[in-house]
Design a protein around this ligand. Structure first.
Ligand code: DGJ
Length: 735
């Protein structure tokens, strides 16, 4: 910038500031109950001036800042709507840009904002900010789902300079919460131990949650958190935010407590090893942060998020789901055509909708007989399946069930024909040793040819077998040796790989969904490794964990269900804990999207009768479970049994699950009633026990009538005990 330009810029800058000095712009982004308010200062910088319950008199939003007494120079910097770096800011930035001339300073001035009503319940606010010196444009987007109190926020950064700029940091959201105390609940884990919660008080400094795994973030940590204000919120009390970054790659959440004890949240794709270059006139749209806020506890926040997810985000979120029998734990890789056909009969006998063929059906030169070979070679294994998938689809249909199939199209075993032919498609460092996760590597989805290949895996299956009724899409490996031959050839920086991988995946899934809108697809990732609302835009459901031990699933359900509705959470009856009764295992699976992963022939006669009856009952209450409101009545963490209730919209029907998780002598039965929630106090209800094992009767009187008022104020004792360690109750309004 030469001196004349600098002079003109300063002139414009001062006249603009003076012109507007007395004239701050105030605007708000509002849901039904809450408001996010913004205001400009005399330098045209945009602050987030308020977040909380809506004010009755909207004109008063403009005077919120009059109540603040920041007492030092530059102390009003913390609550910026989108914090730049290299100028006045000394806190964690949302944006860090290296401009074309190598200068690393950015200022953002408010230009204008606009509000568009997308539909009755959905509003989009676009806020335009501009660096007056470098013409870097930043647009902030806030989409609000009014009734659900859900906010979706993202950013678009545009290069208006004459040369390429480098984005060193490009957050999706920058939020500011005024409060004394904050308690963060974070989730972590590893394979088969997903979603372990920890809650702690946020102290001064920055707390970071992130992933650098490239693909399956939730191997260690999902892009999800819960933030309580004042004290850790309970299910029914407290101020709390539930958030999820809709992004299936690396993420970063930074929680910075400032010197006023307020909290700055910066959330987005992880900038680690991911500097993003924008050529002249190019833009980058960041991932979307989804969050909801409640002042009446976690349960209310979850119900809002569930309603939003079903209606607006999850693929076919309001559609029917299919119950199934999966062969993974029954056979692992050890099966042939005859064995599979014999299992179809079991699926039919159980009464489920479909049979799901898992891993191990493909590859010939390097047959997929274990997890060390064959991944990438998606031709039926001739030895195991001499008549191909088509024959299996037909036989399943003859047996009265649909046929579903497992794929893991993003991955490759080094021992495969695909790897031999296309090393250039594999994410790997060309001159270094390879590292494997589950003996496999990740294909380079930044490469359009690889995108075609991955789409082709799905498309070929359906072109040849159009009546396949279900797909389980797995994703087991993390990204090691992050290097893309494609980006190298295109002279695109390697630091684009993490972002381009996810964008490439979404491009493939867009094509899959455009062509196959009706197929239910399960999002699986070596258990629950990839669980986020970015992916769930394409998938109907997800596999929470390979850990199907029933007790563990009670805890996992407690935590996952804070963020995800029951119709998205697959739950299978397996042999993982054989010591647990089939009733206990089935009752727990009945709380999610029900499936079985057992050899039906191995069930005792009474067990089979029980399972068939459980599937039949499930069919009668599944709509309440899938589309109703969930109330987590009692936590398995603090009590000897966990309890979960689902109520349909009319409040005429509810289903209630209780599971003993503690075996110690003194505390292994329900001493007192549990207060139900969400019923109509003015309606009368009868309570009937379901899923009774053959030969047992219920101690509960299903004829007795209770008012909703009684059930919610006094409660009801489900009679959980060691002998009745799982209890499923149906609550029906008496007409
Ligand atoms: C991991 C999944 O979580 C399992 O359910 C199973 O599909 C295996 N992969 C197959 O390799």
């Amino acid at each position: 910038m030469n001196n004349l330009n600098r002079f003109l810029f300063l002139l414009a800058f001062f006249s603009f500031s003076i012109m507007n000095a007395q004239d701050p712009v105030t605007f708000r982004v509002e849901s039904q109950d809450f408001a996010l308010v913004f205001q400009t200062d005399n330098l045209q910088r945009l602050h987030q001036s308020y977040f909380g319950p809506r004010l009755k008199n909207a004109a008063e939003y403009a005077i919120v800042t009059e109540q603040l007494r920041y007492n030092g120079t530059n102390e009003d910097q913390f609550n910026m709507a989108y914090t730049p770096s290299g100028t006045w800011n000394v806190s964690e930035p949302a944006l860090q840009v290296l401009h074309a001339d190598g200068n690393g300073s950015t200022e953002l001035e408010y230009q204008k904002h606009s509000v568009t009503k997308l539909e009755d319940n959905v509003q989009l606010t676009k806020v335009e900010l501009l660096d007056p010196l470098y013409k870097t444009q930043v647009n902030l987007f806030y989409k609000v789902f009014l009734k659900e109190n859900v906010f979706e926020q993202w950013t678009e950064i545009h290069n208006g300079e004459q040369g390429t700029i480098e984005l060193k940091k490009y957050a999706s959201a920058n939020l500011y919460f005024r409060n004394e105390d904050f308690h963060l609940t974070q989730y972590s884990g590893s394979w088969a131990q997903e979603m372990y919660p920890e809650t702690h008080h946020l102290t001064a400094g920055i707390k970071v949650l992130d992933s650098k795994l490239g693909t399956r973030a939730n191997l260690y940590s999902p892009p999800t958190f819960m933030l309580s204000f004042d004290a850790p919120a309970t299910e029914t009390e407290g101020k709390v935010i539930l958030a999820n970054l809709a992004w299936s790659g690396n993420f970063k959440f930074e929680f910075e407590r400032d010197r006023y004890d307020n909290l700055r949240l910066i959330a987005g794709a992880n900038p680690y090893a991911a500097e993003y270059f924008l050529k002249v006139d190019e833009s980058l749209e960041t991932p979307h942060l989804i969050f909801t806020y409640s002042e009446t506890g976690i349960g209310n926040a979850s119900r809002n998020l569930h309603r939003w997810a079903r209606k607006y985000q999850v693929w076919d979120g309001m559609g029917k789901r299919k119950t199934l029998l999966n062969n993974w734990e029954a056979t692992y890789f050890d099966f042939d055509e005859k064995k599979l056909v014999s299992l179809f009969e079991g699926a039919h006998e159980l009464g489920v909708d479909l049979f799901l063929l898992d891993d191990g059906w493909f590859a010939n030169k390097y047959p997929r007989n274990d997890d060390r070979a064959g991944l990438g070679d998606w031709q039926e294994n001739k030895k195991k399946l001499p008549n191909g998938i088509g024959y299996l689809v037909e036989e399943a249909e003859k047996a009265g069930v649909e046929f579903g199939i497992w794929i893991e199209p993003e991955m490759v075993n080094p021992k495969s024909e695909l790897y031999e032919q296309h090393q250039d498609w594999v994410i790997r460092q060309p001159d270094r040793r390879e590292f494997y996760y589950r003996n496999q590597l990740v294909l380079d989805l930044s490469n359009p040819e690889v995108q075609d290949f991955v789409f082709g895996v799905f498309d070929d299956l359906f072109t040849q077998n159009p009546s396949i009724g279900f797909v389980k899409w797995d994703c087991n490996a993390v990204i090691y040796n992050a290097f893309s031959d494609y980006l190298d050839r295109q002279k695109i920086s390697q630091s684009h790989l993490y972002v381009e991988y996810v964008k490439g995946l979404y491009k493939v899934l867009d094509r899959v969904r455009a062509k196959y809108p009706k197929v239910p697809i399960m999002l699986c990732s070596g258990g629950g490794g990839r669980v986020d609302y970015g992916a769930l835009k394409y998938y109907t459901e997800f596999w929470p964990s390979d850990n199907t031990a029933p007790v563990d699933r009670v805890y996992m359900h407690w935590d996952y269900s804070r963020f995800f509705p029951a119709n998205t959470m697959c739950a299978h009856v397996t042999e993982w804990s054989r010591d647990a009764s089939i009733k206990y295992r089935t009752d727990i699976a009945c709380m999610g999207k029900l499936g079985f992963d057992i050899d039906v022939e191995e069930l005792e006669a009474e067990e089979l009768v029980f399972c068939k009856q459980a599937v039949k009952s499930y069919d009668t209450y599944k709509e309440t479970l899938w589309f109703g409101d969930q109330y987590r009545l009692q936590s398995p963490y603090d009590h000897h049994f966990g309890s979960f209730q689902f109520v349909d919209e009319s409040k005429d029907h509810a289903i209630w699950f209780s599971y003993l998780v503690e075996q110690r002598y003194e505390i292994n039965y329900s001493v007192e009633p549990l207060r139900l929630q969400g019923l109509d106090p003015d309606k009368n209800y009868q309570i009937k026990e379901l899923n009774l094992f053959p030969g047992t009767t219920s101690p509960l009187d299903s004829k007795k009538i209770y008012s909703g008022d009684f059930l919610m104020k006094v409660g009801f004792n489900p009679d959980v005990s060691r002998a009745r360690n799982s209890v499923v109750l149906e609550i029906t309004a008496v007409k």
